[in-house]
Each structure stands twice: as structure tokens, then as C-alpha cells.
Design a protein around this ligand. Structure first.
Ligand SMILES: Cc1ncc(COP(=O)(O)O)c(C=O)c1O
Length: 405
């Protein structure tokens, strides 16, 4: 189970993959020294055959597990029939998927724009909000993350991501999260929309409070602004419900989806409330959005989520995992929090060295901001695997505390 110490990029029979990739990659990613070649369920294997418990899940993508057999079969079958079909034609897979998304979505959302990523789903929501209200401004939350394209980046909070690209879109402001008074002071007659995550992921696994989120929804309704919920990371069972806003009875005007939607195949979606009806022709578009292949993968993914009760599994296992982590007695832990299988351990130190140490223990985890260890495992992960993860966290924190006094 445990990976050996990993200090340099491993060689592969076919040549030095890492060196080749390093030579030609854009360079925008900090790489871990692993060549990942295979996945199944909540496990990944590197080119040396070492096995890891995956608590990254492709950054919250592999909710149904890596290479879910139903998704693999659907992709294989669809790839032999039709891969691409731009949305200017009808398609059987797309029609069925749109109906399925509306069926599982919070009440009122009944139209779907399909695209290829989370940032694209946010871009579409920003455009639709401006179009539908005739207003220009957006309000987002401090520590929010909505993607890195220029519109989505304008809603994203972190200075390091934004500053090199300024000026960004005009009319975007940020207010403290979970602070209803600050939101009430910010929404005015020029506000097209408020965009929020239900649980801030990248910002540190910070849970939005139900009263706050419902309060923001009411303020938006009163003042003619739209509520955009970004469920790119929280959607498709991750939070312990199909969508995190269902914990709080929210009915957003626009909802952004991606990551777990299609079992690992790139796809994004922006869901639109029924009161807006059809949008005007040519308001937006995408060449690849709603491809037959991605739609078939998404249909199989939704089927697996429901057939295997994965949202409920995430709720149950999430509670178990939280209680294991809360039982760790370490002076380095400031807080343990989460919803479903979206879990954060806030440290009193920088998280990056502990993420690296966990990898040496055969556990892949993510940082969220500078001091939070984040766990986004596939929802099919087992109880025993979560116990191993929690033990590994305890061990790395113990050696960290000993090493640093
Ligand atoms: C809440 C949220 N919104 C948007 C995005 C952007 O998604 P993508 O990387 O698919 O563009 C992310 C990615 O992490 C996210 O967590």
C-alpha cells in the first residue's frame, strides 16, 4: 500500500517521461515527481508500479472513481458510433443528458448550456447574467476561486493569480465570505449577479453557512440581481448531496458545473433558471461543448452516482473521515472541517511539506491555500483506505512536530 520515498522523477521503460515533458510543457504547472500511468477506483499507480491512495481525484474530477467500468463502456461504445457533433445539430446523447441534468438539479433550473471546463461554465454564467439583467457588475467573495480565464479570473480572489493579468473585467468587487451585512452593502442597481461557491474549495475548504447563503439569495431576489452558484467542485455528490446547494434549499438563477460531471472526460455546464426561458441566438457558443462522447460519459457518470448511492456514501464516509482526523492529537492542527468528501485540515504551518510527506506515505493530497491540506478522494474510496489516509496524516504531522519542535 505505501509508496516508497519519491525524490526524483522515475524512469520508464519507454524513456524519461518527466524529462521529455519538462522540455516541452508550457511550464505553468508545479509538477510532482511522479509519472502516473494507471488508475482504478480510488487508487493510482506510477510508472514504477507503486500504488497510491488518491485523495486528489484529478482535482475533484474522479467522483465515480478512476476508470469506472460503466463510464469506460459508455465511452468505448460511443467512440465507435459518433464522437463529435456540434450543437447546431440535435444528438440523442445530448438530449438525454440535458434532461438528466435538469432532473437531478435544484428546482427551477431547466435549461443547459454545455461547454468543456469549469472556467468556461463560469464565463457563460457571467455573460448570461449580464445579458439577462442588462446590468454589468458582479460581486464575488474573498477567497473565492472560479477559474483562470479572464472573466472567471475577475471573480477569483487570490492576488497572485490576478495581478499579472490586470486590468481584468471592470465591475467586479469582492466582499468577505459568510458576511451578510457586507453583501447587503454591496448589491445595488448595477449588480448583475453575485457568484459564490457553496463550499470554498481552493480558498481553504470553507463552508458557506446556510443562513448566509439563503440571505444572499433573498437579497439578490429583492434587488434584481442573479445568484450564480459555482458548484464546479462541490457538484455531483462531492458534498454528500448531488449538489451542495441542496443542503440549504437554495434555488440559484444560474449554476456552474464541471469536474465530476463526466467521469473524467472534459465537460462543463451552466444551468439556467426556467423563468428566463430560451436565451437569444448567438449569445454564446462552443465547438466542442456537448459533444456526443462527453455526453455519453456524463450519462454513465450520473447513472453510476445514483446506482451506487455515491452522494450518500460521500456523506457517510465524510463523517467517518472527519471524526478520524479530529481524533488526531497534534499541536500542528488548527481546524478540521468539511462537507461530504471535501475535507480540509488547517495547519498552523504551511501545508506544502506535509503534502509532499503524505506522497511518500503513498497518499496523494492537495493544498488549499497556504495552510490547508485538502482531500478530494473519489467517492468510491473505502473506509479502510480512509483509515490508512488518516494514519498517514497523523504520522507526517507527528514527524513534522518532532522535526520542528
Ligand atoms: C469552484 C471552481 N470553479 C471553477 C473552477 C475552474 O475549473 P476548470 O479548472 O475546469 O476551468 C474550479 C477549479 O478548480 C473550481 O474549483
Amino acid at each position: 500500500m505505501r509508496g516508497d520515498a519519491v525524490t526524483s522523477a522515475p524512469a520508464t521503460p519507454g524513456g524519461d517521461v518527466a524529462a521529455l515533458e519538462d522540455r516541452h510543457t508550457s511550464g505553468v504547472y508545479s509538477k510532482r515527481p511522479l509519472v502516473i500511468v494507471r488508475g482504478s477506483g480510488a487508487k493510482l499507480w506510477d510508472s514504477q508500479g507503486r500504488e497510491y491512495i488518491d485523495c486528489i481525484g484529478g482535482h475533484g474530477v474522479a467522483n465515480v472513481g478512476h476508470c469506472h467500468p460503466g463510464v469506460v463502456a459508455a465511452i468505448r461504445e460511443q467512440a465507435g458510433r459518433l464522437i463529435t457533433c456540434q450543437e447546431s445539430f440535435y444528438n440523442d446523447q445530448r438530449a438525454e443528458l440535458q434532461a438528466e441534468l435538469v432532473r437531478i438539479a435544484p428546482a427551477g433550473l431547466d435549461r443547459v448550456f454545455l461547454c468543456n471546463s469549469g472556467a468556461e461554465a463560469v464565463e457563460a454564467a457571467i455573460k448570461f447574467a449580464r445579458l439577462l439583467t442588462g446590468r454589468t457588475n458582479l460581486i464575488a467573495a474573498n477567497n473565492g476561486f472560479h477559474g483562470r480565464t479572464l472573466g472567471a479570473l475577475s471573480a477569483t480572489w487570490r492576488k497572485e493569480y490576478r495581478q499579472p493579468f490586470e486590468p481584468l473585467l471592470p465591475g467586479f468587487t469582492h466582499v468577505p465570505f459568510n458576511d451578510l451585512a457586507a453583501m447587503a452593502g454591496a448589491i445595488d442597481e448595477d449588480t448583475a449577479a453575485v457568484i459564490l461557491e457553496v463550499v470554498q474549495g481552493e480558498g481553504g475548504v470553507t463552508l458557506g453557512e446556510g443562513g448566509y447563503l439563503r440571505g444572499v439569495q433573498s437579497l439578490c431576489r429583492e434587488r434584481g440581481a442573479l445568484l450564480i452558484l459555482d458548484e464546479v467542485q462541490t457538484g455531483f455528490g462531492r458534498s454528500g448531496r448531488m449538489f451542495a446547494c441542496q443542503h440549504h434549499g437554495l434555488e440559484p438563477d444560474l449554476m456552474c458545473l464541471a469536474k465530476g460531471i463526466a467521469g473524467g472526460v472534459p465537460m462543463g455546464a451552466t444551468l439556467i433558471h426556467q423563468r428566463f426561458g430560451e436565451l437569444q441566438k448567438s449569445a454564446h457558443g462552443s465547438t466542442f461543448g456537448g459533444s456526443a462522447l462527453a455526453c455519453a460519459a456524463a450519462l454513465a457518470t450520473i447513472h453510476a452516482l445514483e446506482a451506487e448511492s455515491l452522494p450518500q456514501r460521500a456523506a457517510d464516509l465524510g463523517e467517518h473521515f472527519l471524526s478520524l482526523l479530529r481524533a488526531i492529537d497534534s499541536p500542528l492542527i488548527r481546524d478540521v472541517r468539511g462537507l461530504g468528501l471535501m475535507v480540509g485540515v488547517q495547519l498552523k504551518r504551511r501545508a506544502a511539506p506535509y503534502v509532499a510527506a503524505l506522497m511518500e506515505h503513498g497518499v496523494l493530497a492537495l493544498p488549499a491555500g497556504p495552510v490547508v491540506l485538502r482531500f478530494l478522494p473519489p467517492l468510491v474510496i473505502g473506509r479502510a483506505e480512509l483509515e490508512t489516509v488518516s494514519q498517514a496524516v497523523e504520522e507526517v504531522l507527528l514527524s513534522g512536530a518532532n522535526a520542528n519542535g
